[in-house]
Design a protein around this ligand. Structure first.
Ligand SMILES: C[S@@+](CC[C@H](N)C(=O)[O-])C[C@H]1O[C@@H](n2cnc3c(N)ncnc32)[C@H](O)[C@@H]1O
Length: 301
């Protein structure tokens, strides 16, 4: 299956920012369904994209799709790298590329991952509570919850999910463990959280499932997402050409804070967005996932 169900967020805004200086070599650190990579490659026949994803299924599916989209284009404009984007320097070394002109991150998970019940991203799936982008390494969320001390689980939920009921949820998880019934599926965890957290809560008129914060926090911890982002933004100036542009779309306040503070406080960056760019109403109604997206960009001085 080479089709993607993922709709790229703010594709026009991202392309405008990344191409506001002429460039040839870009990194897309989060390939997903390949929408942003595709629009960069369509923008100019001189563009080359080195595209990373930790998820081998995303790489395989999107490589197949883009090979068909750009069939007959010589040279083929995309290099696919199955790796964490934080290792971008290693990939550039291997490819003998000293500097790049632009770098894009579109953080979080894709709709393709959400739709795959075996990954555990969807709250009501009977699939294993995995939550890893790369299922070949590290601990799954179920393994993590089976091993970590209750206090540490509570800290993760509070810090990464801003979950006010973190202690109650962690206590219930530890009780399940002690009774010889550790959590195994996404649905089991979602049901447990719903028992601990009062009802559905509403934000801006929308009902939010009480399990949202817990799943987001665990996913961030399992994939070490905040460290990957912070490390990468710190090292990116080493390999971005002068005048090169970095653009980041985030969906979580902690991620956005890292991006905002780096672009504001590190004198090597000149912010191109004083406030984060957000999706238009028309986009949000077409693609509800874009509602919480924040896009920031900066130029390397
Ligand atoms: C929101 S999707 C990207 C969608 C893409 N921009 C598009 O237009 O289709 C995020 C993707 O990034 C991947 N990802 C998340 N963290 C990553 C990391 N540290 N390194 C590489 N890939 C990562 C996920 O596996 C997922 O496929």
């Amino acid at each position: 299956m080479s089709e993607t169900v993922h709709k790229s967020v703010m594709p026009g805004e991202v392309l405008d920012l990344l191409t506001s200086r002429s460039g040839k070599v870009y990194i897309d650190g989060t390939l997903g369904g390949g929408g942003h990579t595709e629009s960069l490659c369509r923008y100019s026949k001189d563009v080359r994209v080195i595209a990373f994803d930790r998820d081998i299924e995303a790489i395989n599916r999107t490589e197949k799709r883009l090979r068909s989209v750009f069939a007959g284009t010589d040279p083929f404009p995309v290099r696919f790298v199955h790796a964490d984007y934080r290792f971008f320097e290693d990939a550039l070394d291997l490819l003998n590329i000293e500097k790049i002109d632009g770098f894009l991150l579109d953080l979080g998970l894709s709709s393709d991952q959400l739709a795959d019940d075996s990954r555990g991203f969807s709250f009501d799936s009977a699939g294993n509570l995995d939550l890893r982008f790369d299922v070949s390494e590290g601990l799954s969320a179920a393994e993590m919850l089976a091993r970590l001390p209750e206090k540490e689980i509570s800290r993760i939920l509070y810090e990464f999910g801003e979950e006010r009921h973190s202690r109650t949820i962690a206590r219930r998880i530890a009780e399940c463990r002690r009774s010889g019934q550790p959590l195994q599926t996404a649905r089991q965890l979602a049901d447990l959280v719903r028992e601990c957290v009062p009802k559905f809560w509403k934000t801006k008129g929308r009902s939010i499932d009480p399990a949202t914060k817990t799943f987001q926090a665990l996913r961030i911890a399992v994939n070490d997402e905040l460290n990957a982002l912070a490390e990468t933004l710190r090292r990116l100036p080493n390999r971005l050409a002068q005048g090169g542009i970095a653009a980041v779309i985030s969906f979580h306040s902690l991620e956005d804070r890292i991006v905002k503070n780096t672009f504001r406080d590190d004198p090597r960056w000149q912010p191109l967005t004083s406030k984060p760019v957000t999706a238009s109403e028309a986009e949000v109604s077409r693609n509800p996932r874009s509602r919480s997206a924040k896009l920031r960009a900066a130029l390397l001085v």
